[in-house]
Design a protein around this ligand. Sequence first.
Ligand SMILES: [Mn+2]
Length: 490
Amino acid sequence: MAEELTQENPETPETEAEETIEQRKNGLYPGVSDELAANMKSGWADTELHGLEPIPQAAHTAARRAALSARFPGERLVIPAGNLKTRSNDTEYSFRASTEYAYLTGDQTQDGVLVLEPTEDGHEATVHLLPRSNRENGEFWLDGQGELWVGRRHSLAEAEQLLGIPAKDVRELTAALAEAAGPVRAVRGHDAGIEAALTDKVTAERDEELRVFLSEARLVKDAFEIAELQRACDATARGFEDVVKVLDKAEATSERYIEGTFFLRARVEGNDIGYGSICAAGAHATTLHWVRNDGPVRSGELLLLDAGVETNDLYTADVTRTLPINGTFTPLQRKIYDAVYEAQEAGIAAVKPGAAYRDFHDAAQRVLTEKLVEWGLLGDLTADQVLELGLQRRWTLHGTGHMLGMDVHDCAAARTETYVNGTLEPGMCLTVEPGLYFQADDLTVPEEYRGIGVRIEDDILVTEDGNRNLSDKLPRRSDEVEAWMARLKG
Ligand SMILES: [Mn+2]
């Protein structure tokens, strides 16, 4: 068919648009007649939007860009959103913009790139985006990223109004970056095409400094971010309530029913889940990242549910509750649960401005260790001796928390001195999540302990005078958990 068209249309295309549409007709879409090609060019209304209001976080993203500009004067800074990733053949994973790009622009468009161009007194920001589809050259309906296939995009003028950042056509960016002179840094790992254009101009060491700065910049949350985290926690609490209401259906099927139920809430109220939901019934609770979620849900056992809704602006909660599937803890389950609760209380109490970041972990670990000693699991050793040797870690397994924000393990590139060895400041948000886990095959504990895992996790904001629990809409104390479940199960 392609050959036939060429024979029938030997004349040279006159314009670039004509050439492009000719190539598309002859390539991916043979059988497009000249009449159809001409027909599809016209008869479309002008839908350009005018007078758009800036997005709610526009003033915040401007302040974030100003801080970045001040840190790297005189240097070109390149922050890509990232590209679609292939799942199989011609299907892709759902797109999630890079945290760095979304933090600095408030935008989440695939293939977008923020560039801060150095000026005499700072930087000029430009966001590079794919513009609306051209209807003249066929890209609108013959191209895989044409708006007919993937939906209407904002025009560059619309994006400028919404984001408060000048916008340009991203298709011209790689050539411009390759030609531009002067020092450059880029956030790596999101856009191979951009990295290829910069390959002779950047170094891994200098790019890492940019990544570290953007991670540390997010340690203290601004007012918009705190509101988003609260929104994420509130939606997450509703997701946990949804799960309690369908535990009978999960018993009839599997942990997947719990996963799917929480996911429904995440997609209706937010963008997604912030990380793979851990829906761990029975002994699966002792596997820290149990995300297969294909096991049975049985009355009399515990369900450890670790899940978080990610908001539409990409802030996630990270909450864990350990629930008796039939609504009532057994005496041993309650003993272990109450020990973890006590450890969490001690951990939360240690979250306050001026405290060392490590304090809340140490406080929770001490309580857990004292319980393990009290239960006779560590022979004649005292709690101090156990802590010195770290022997409690056979059952406590993990750190007591981490920073939380756009990434569930937020600010991961921050330096040790500013994060793990740092000091808590108002506006920081972290999880406090102690746990005790007795593996099903652990011969060093009494048989009745085996297969029990308990974690309680809340999202704690450091305030001027202490802290605020953003996830306190979910009960934590064992008797309050039981009353809450009884109410929901009706
Ligand atoms: Mn966590």
